[in-house]
Design a protein around this ligand. Structure first.
Ligand code: ZN
Length: 57
């Protein structure tokens, strides 16, 4: 059982189950990912992280 409220894209309904009880597809976390204002920095963060990892080797 999931702790957070999840969302089924197919049914456009919220569920507490990790699997949508209606259609059986995987319910997703409701936290915004793609449309977050932070997201445009995502690739820079990733790049930074990779540089950090490379410098450690
Ligand atoms: Zn569903």
């Amino acid at each position: 059982m999931a702790k957070h409220i999840l969302y089924c894209k197919k049914c456009k309904e919220y569920t507490m189950h990790e699997t949508c009880p209606r259609c059986g597809s995987t319910a997703l976390s409701t936290k915004p990912a793609k449309f977050s204002p932070e997201d445009k920095w995502g690739k820079y963060r990733l790049q930074y992280k990779q540089e950090q990892e490379n410098s450690e080797k």
